[in-house]
Design a protein around this ligand. Structure first.
Ligand code: NAG
Ligand code: NAG
Length: 498
């Protein structure tokens, strides 16, 4: 799923966190009878009835979190969330392409990578029982017809069984574990510090980063459409509206919010969330895709996946895109370079480029025109599809989705929404975006909402608001692709191999 760069060789990291399928204990137990599964012992009654069912919602506030990381070289954006009592920080990869949040967990752990923080230690009374609706929703996803052929709905042998889960991502990473609940400490913009108890996965068996590679995060923050997502749970608790947004800074950092206080009242392009079979993902419906003024493809189905570092087009439009782009570049001063083994197509100029802006004359903007929204255009300037390497070359950050098994799905990854605020409004079932300066932490969030930056992480040298123009990190290079969910083909992009 994620390939960790080799120090100093200019390798980038890439992930596709798009959950392919969430399956239950019974699903994987049958596939994997012999596998050792640590069991943090049977659940107690206590875990039951902790979650209110639907609560009608009046005036609510929002919670805002700074983000850390970048598209390149880190290949991911993450938030620091505080879980447990006393609260301890965990870095979680922000993923709108999957529902379940999980942290690496000492249950004990069968396969965990070395993360930035010690493993979460589950307590027996925090197990979520199998009958809980959230467990049910995880297991329901496993039975999508496309995945099993026939709805073979997993079941609880006994209502008080622990709720086992497994999530697989498009790049073939996976996490398996057991569902637990614990308190998340969150500052709200109205000044309250609340500690809602939320369900998440205690992941004791991860196949993510390759052997022994350390992981830059402790887990994944699942923000998809499903009931298990943190958003849905906050809504169930009556704490925020089921609205969320992210703003990923081009120079790294940015912010994430839950609730609707930060949604701009104007200047947002809205389009209805698409139903058609993509309901598991945030899709703004079909689009026509243009390079400059030339049409590359019609009825292009796209999804927004913050768990994917790069953007993916399916084979046919990808081919047309490459052909037209190469034609534009022919006779120009650009030469094909092989800078970064993780990004297949790179160019260098007569002199090393200092910014992507210098190459603007060679590359045209990509535009997606969504037919379901009123003049809903998503403009993707070259800065949002090219990467500047530390050697001053440019690499294409749009990859062949068919090659990694995404079939007809096209993913708008982090690279293409840099300095764009993307809003997922699950109340009104619409997705919106607006250009933004994502390095500016929203003032309305108040300084009390700002936790201190995570120490020791290579990227977040700055808090978004405090230093307006910080120069982009130039280090190794990474690609990330994470994120498509259930019933979809595996998706992995590791040109270097996994
Ligand atoms: C602040 O917002 C939270 C979350 O919506 C709410 O529960 C709390 O009552 C609010 N506090 C005040 C003082 O309004
Ligand atoms: C994309 O990947 C598919 C499957 O591997 C391959 O057949 C196709 O030629 C690739 N297209 C391009 C333009 O590289």
């Amino acid at each position: 799923m994620r390939k960790v760069g080799e120090e100093g060789t200019g390798q980038a990291m890439s992930m596709v966190f798009l959950a392919l399928c969430l399956s239950s204990a019974s699903t994987f137990a049958s596939a994997d009878q012999n596998r050792r599964r640590p069991q943090p012992s049977p659940p107690h009654e206590a875990a039951k009835d902790r979650f209110p069912s639907s609560v009608s919602i009046g005036r609510t506030s929002s919670a805002v979190f700074p983000l850390y990381g970048n598209v390149y070289p880190n290949g991911l954006y993450f938030a620091s969330l505080r879980i447990g009592d006393p609260p301890r920080p965990y870095f979680l990869d922000v993923d709108t392409g999957s529902d379940l949040t999980w942290v690496q967990c000492d249950a004990p752990c069968v396969s965990c990578s070395k993360g930035p923080h010690p493993l979460y230690k589950p307590e027996k009374d925090k197990l979520v029982p199998c009958v809980h609706p959230i467990c049910d929703s995880l297991q329901a996803v496993a039975s999508t017809p496309s995945h099993t052929g026939e709805a073979q709905r997993p079941h609880c042998d006994s209502p008080n069984d622990q709720c086992d889960y497994e999530v697989e991502y498009a790049d073939q990473g996976s996490s398996r574990g057991v569902l637990i609940s614990d308190t998340f400490s969150m500052h709200f913009v109205n000044g309250s510090l609340l500690r809602p108890r939320l369900a998440f996965g205690c992941g004791y068996d991860q196949q993510l980063y390759g052997n022994d590679a350390p992981s830059p995060t402790d887990g994944v923050l699942g923000l998809g459409l499903g009931k298990s997502s943190i958003m849905s749970q906050l809504r169930e608790h009556g704490l925020t509206r089921n609205v969320m947004g992210h703003c990923l800074g081009r120079r790294g950092g940015g912010f994430l919010f839950f609730g609707d206080d930060l949604v701009p009242t104007s200047g947002v392009s809205w389009t209805p969330m698409s139903g058609r079979g993509l309901r598991k993902y945030y899709s703004p419906g079909p689009a026509n895709l243009f390079l400059g003024r030339q049409l590359l493809g019609k009825n292009f189905e796209v999804i927004f996946d913050s768990g994917s570092s790069y953007t993916y087009f399916s084979s046919r439009p990808y081919e047309i895109f490459l052909t037209l782009m190469m034609r534009d570049l022919s006779g120009k001063q650009l030469k094909v370079a092989s800078d970064d083994r993780t990004l297949p197509l790179c160019w260098r100029g007569a002199k090393p480029f200092k910014s992507i802006g210098e190459a603007r004359k060679y590359f045209k903007p990509l535009t997606m025109a969504f037919s379901q929204g009123k003049r809903a255009l998503l403009a993707i300037p070259p800065e949002n599809y090219l990467i500047l390497t530390k050697h001053g070359s440019l690499c294409l950050g749009v990859l062949n989705g068919t090659e990694v098994g995404l079939k007809d799905l096209n993913i708008i990854g982090d690279i293409s929404v840099q300095d764009v605020m993307v809003v997922y409004d699950n109340e009104k079932e619409q997705i919106g975006w607006a250009r933004a300066n994502c390095e500016r932490f929203p003032r309305s969030a108040g300084s009390s909402a700002l936790p201190s930056p995570p120490p020791g992480f290579p990227v977040p040298e700055h808090l978004p608001s405090l230093r307006p123009s910080f120069h982009a990190a130039s280090g190794s290079e990474e690609m990330v692709a994470r994120g498509v969910s259930a019933g979809h083909p595996h998706h992995h992009h590791h040109p270097g191999g996994l």
